[in-house]
Design a protein around this ligand. Sequence first.
Ligand code: COA
Length: 167
Amino acid sequence: MVSIVTSDTAVRLSRIVDALDMNLYGAVHGGAILRLIDEAAGVAACRFMEGQMSTVAVDSAQFIAPVHPGDVITCVAQVNWSGRSSCEVGAKVTAQRWDRRLDPARHVATAYLVFVAIGADGRPTAVPGLTPDSAEAERRYREAAIRRDARSSRKQAIEVSRKTAGK
Ligand SMILES: CC(C)(COP(=O)(O)OP(=O)(O)OC[C@H]1O[C@@H](n2cnc3c(N)ncnc32)[C@H](O)[C@@H]1OP(=O)(O)O)[C@@H](O)C(=O)NCCC(=O)NCCS
Protein backbone atom coordinates (compact mmCIF):
# COMPACT_ATOMS: atom_id res chain seq x y z
CA MET A 1 0.00 0.00 0.00
CA VAL A 2 1.19 3.54 -0.76
CA SER A 3 2.20 5.46 2.38
CA ILE A 4 2.53 9.22 2.62
CA VAL A 5 4.95 10.94 5.00
CA THR A 6 3.15 13.16 7.54
CA SER A 7 5.20 16.31 6.89
CA ASP A 8 4.35 16.13 3.15
CA THR A 9 0.70 16.79 4.04
CA ALA A 10 1.38 20.03 5.97
CA VAL A 11 -0.38 23.19 4.76
CA ARG A 12 -0.21 26.83 5.93
CA LEU A 13 -3.03 29.21 4.99
CA SER A 14 -3.42 32.84 6.12
CA ARG A 15 -5.99 35.60 5.78
CA ILE A 16 -6.60 39.00 7.29
CA VAL A 17 -9.85 39.34 9.25
CA ASP A 18 -11.88 42.53 8.92
CA ALA A 19 -15.08 44.18 10.16
CA LEU A 20 -17.24 41.80 8.07
CA ASP A 21 -16.00 38.90 10.24
CA MET A 22 -16.96 40.66 13.49
CA ASN A 23 -19.63 39.60 15.98
CA LEU A 24 -21.73 42.01 18.08
CA TYR A 25 -19.07 42.05 20.82
CA GLY A 26 -16.31 43.31 18.52
CA ALA A 27 -14.45 40.00 18.23
CA VAL A 28 -14.33 37.70 15.21
CA HIS A 29 -17.04 35.05 14.70
CA GLY A 30 -15.96 31.51 15.52
CA GLY A 31 -17.50 30.53 12.17
CA ALA A 32 -15.00 32.73 10.28
CA ILE A 33 -12.16 30.90 12.02
CA LEU A 34 -13.79 27.51 11.37
CA ARG A 35 -13.99 28.32 7.67
CA LEU A 36 -10.22 28.90 7.49
CA ILE A 37 -9.67 25.68 9.47
CA ASP A 38 -11.92 23.66 7.12
CA GLU A 39 -10.20 25.11 4.05
CA ALA A 40 -6.66 24.43 5.30
CA ALA A 41 -7.58 20.98 6.64
CA GLY A 42 -9.34 20.17 3.34
CA VAL A 43 -6.20 21.06 1.37
CA ALA A 44 -4.09 18.82 3.65
CA ALA A 45 -6.57 15.93 3.24
CA CYS A 46 -6.89 16.31 -0.56
CA ARG A 47 -3.09 16.49 -1.04
CA PHE A 48 -2.76 13.37 1.11
CA MET A 49 -5.34 11.53 -1.01
CA GLU A 50 -4.65 13.31 -4.32
CA GLY A 51 -8.37 12.96 -4.82
CA GLN A 52 -11.74 14.01 -3.43
CA MET A 53 -12.12 14.20 0.35
CA SER A 54 -15.27 15.31 2.20
CA THR A 55 -15.40 16.70 5.71
CA VAL A 56 -17.46 14.14 7.65
CA ALA A 57 -16.93 15.47 11.19
CA VAL A 58 -15.41 18.25 13.20
CA ASP A 59 -14.32 16.09 16.11
CA SER A 60 -13.57 19.12 18.25
CA ALA A 61 -12.80 22.81 17.93
CA GLN A 62 -11.52 24.94 20.78
CA PHE A 63 -11.41 28.72 20.67
CA ILE A 64 -8.59 29.60 23.02
CA ALA A 65 -8.33 33.38 22.72
CA PRO A 66 -10.36 36.09 20.92
CA VAL A 67 -9.48 37.33 17.43
CA HIS A 68 -10.08 40.97 16.39
CA PRO A 69 -10.42 42.73 13.05
CA GLY A 70 -6.94 43.65 11.86
CA ASP A 71 -5.46 40.32 12.93
CA VAL A 72 -3.76 38.12 10.36
CA ILE A 73 -4.84 34.56 11.18
CA THR A 74 -2.73 31.63 10.05
CA CYS A 75 -3.86 28.02 10.07
CA VAL A 76 -1.36 25.18 9.90
CA ALA A 77 -2.91 21.78 9.20
CA GLN A 78 -1.62 18.29 8.57
CA VAL A 79 -2.91 14.74 8.43
CA ASN A 80 -2.44 13.10 11.85
CA TRP A 81 -3.81 9.62 11.24
CA SER A 82 -5.33 7.50 8.49
CA GLY A 83 -7.79 4.61 8.64
CA ARG A 84 -9.50 2.61 5.87
CA SER A 85 -11.33 5.41 4.06
CA SER A 86 -10.96 8.26 6.57
CA CYS A 87 -8.21 10.39 8.00
CA GLU A 88 -7.90 12.89 10.83
CA VAL A 89 -6.44 16.34 10.17
CA GLY A 90 -5.20 18.52 13.03
CA ALA A 91 -5.31 22.31 12.69
CA LYS A 92 -3.78 25.09 14.78
CA VAL A 93 -4.64 28.76 14.28
CA THR A 94 -2.46 31.66 15.40
CA ALA A 95 -3.11 35.41 15.18
CA GLN A 96 -0.87 38.44 14.88
CA ARG A 97 -1.67 42.14 14.33
CA TRP A 98 -1.32 42.99 10.63
CA ASP A 99 1.23 45.76 11.28
CA ARG A 100 3.36 44.26 14.07
CA ARG A 101 6.46 42.39 12.92
CA LEU A 102 7.80 41.49 16.36
CA ASP A 103 4.60 40.61 18.27
CA PRO A 104 4.54 36.90 19.10
CA ALA A 105 1.81 34.93 17.32
CA ARG A 106 -1.09 34.14 19.71
CA HIS A 107 -2.49 30.60 19.67
CA VAL A 108 -6.24 31.22 19.16
CA ALA A 109 -7.78 27.89 18.10
CA THR A 110 -7.16 24.16 17.71
CA ALA A 111 -9.39 21.69 15.87
CA TYR A 112 -9.47 18.09 14.70
CA LEU A 113 -11.48 17.16 11.61
CA VAL A 114 -12.27 13.85 9.98
CA PHE A 115 -12.30 13.54 6.18
CA VAL A 116 -13.53 10.63 4.08
CA ALA A 117 -12.20 9.78 0.61
CA ILE A 118 -14.96 9.65 -1.97
CA GLY A 119 -14.63 7.43 -5.04
CA ALA A 120 -16.11 7.88 -8.52
CA ASP A 121 -19.27 6.07 -7.34
CA GLY A 122 -19.79 8.66 -4.57
CA ARG A 123 -19.01 6.08 -1.86
CA PRO A 124 -16.07 5.94 0.62
CA THR A 125 -12.87 4.55 -0.90
CA ALA A 126 -9.46 3.55 0.51
CA VAL A 127 -6.97 6.23 1.61
CA PRO A 128 -3.17 5.79 1.55
CA GLY A 129 -1.25 4.83 4.69
CA LEU A 130 0.45 7.54 6.77
CA THR A 131 4.05 7.34 7.98
CA PRO A 132 4.81 9.65 10.94
CA ASP A 133 8.25 11.15 10.34
CA SER A 134 9.01 12.83 13.69
CA ALA A 135 8.42 12.27 17.40
CA GLU A 136 5.68 14.96 17.26
CA ALA A 137 4.00 13.22 14.32
CA GLU A 138 4.08 9.90 16.23
CA ARG A 139 2.50 11.58 19.29
CA ARG A 140 -0.24 13.10 17.08
CA TYR A 141 -0.86 9.71 15.42
CA ARG A 142 -1.33 8.05 18.84
CA GLU A 143 -3.61 10.83 20.11
CA ALA A 144 -5.73 10.75 16.92
CA ALA A 145 -6.28 7.01 17.48
CA ILE A 146 -7.46 7.82 21.05
CA ARG A 147 -9.98 10.35 19.63
CA ARG A 148 -11.23 7.76 17.11
CA ASP A 149 -11.73 5.17 19.89
CA ALA A 150 -13.51 7.81 22.02
CA ARG A 151 -15.89 8.64 19.11
CA SER A 152 -16.68 4.97 18.71
CA SER A 153 -17.26 4.44 22.48
CA ARG A 154 -19.49 7.54 22.70
CA LYS A 155 -21.56 6.36 19.71
CA GLN A 156 -22.01 2.91 21.29
CA ALA A 157 -22.92 4.42 24.70
CA ILE A 158 -25.57 6.63 23.07
CA GLU A 159 -27.02 3.65 21.15
CA VAL A 160 -27.21 1.61 24.38
CA SER A 161 -28.81 4.56 26.21
CA ARG A 162 -31.45 4.97 23.47
CA LYS A 163 -32.23 1.23 23.46
CA THR A 164 -32.50 1.23 27.27
CA ALA A 165 -34.74 4.32 27.25
CA GLY A 166 -36.94 2.72 24.58
CA LYS A 167 -37.71 -0.32 26.77
C1 COA B 1 -18.77 10.89 3.82
C2 COA B 1 -19.95 9.91 3.67
C3 COA B 1 -20.05 9.46 2.19
C4 COA B 1 -19.63 8.69 4.55
O1 COA B 1 -20.68 7.80 4.41
P1 COA B 1 -20.90 6.62 5.49
O2 COA B 1 -22.03 5.79 5.03
O3 COA B 1 -20.92 7.21 6.87
O4 COA B 1 -19.57 5.80 5.35
P2 COA B 1 -19.04 4.63 6.26
O5 COA B 1 -19.97 4.28 7.38
O6 COA B 1 -18.58 3.55 5.34
O7 COA B 1 -17.74 5.29 6.95
C5 COA B 1 -16.65 5.64 6.15
C6 COA B 1 -15.55 6.17 7.06
O8 COA B 1 -15.98 7.41 7.61
C7 COA B 1 -15.86 7.37 9.02
N1 COA B 1 -16.99 8.15 9.56
C8 COA B 1 -18.29 8.11 9.17
N2 COA B 1 -19.02 8.95 9.90
C9 COA B 1 -18.16 9.54 10.77
C10 COA B 1 -18.30 10.50 11.80
N3 COA B 1 -19.49 11.05 12.09
N4 COA B 1 -17.22 10.88 12.48
C11 COA B 1 -16.01 10.36 12.20
N5 COA B 1 -15.79 9.44 11.23
C12 COA B 1 -16.86 9.03 10.54
C13 COA B 1 -15.99 5.90 9.38
O9 COA B 1 -15.39 5.65 10.63
C14 COA B 1 -15.22 5.26 8.24
O10 COA B 1 -13.82 5.39 8.48
P3 COA B 1 -12.78 4.18 8.06
O11 COA B 1 -13.17 3.72 6.69
O12 COA B 1 -11.43 4.87 8.04
O13 COA B 1 -12.90 3.14 9.10
C15 COA B 1 -21.30 10.56 4.08
O14 COA B 1 -21.33 10.66 5.50
C16 COA B 1 -21.51 11.92 3.47
O15 COA B 1 -21.75 12.04 2.25
N6 COA B 1 -21.46 12.98 4.29
C17 COA B 1 -21.56 14.35 3.81
C18 COA B 1 -20.17 14.89 3.57
C19 COA B 1 -20.21 16.32 3.09
O16 COA B 1 -20.99 16.70 2.25
N7 COA B 1 -19.31 17.13 3.65
C20 COA B 1 -19.19 18.51 3.30
C21 COA B 1 -19.39 19.39 4.49
S1 COA B 1 -21.05 19.92 4.67
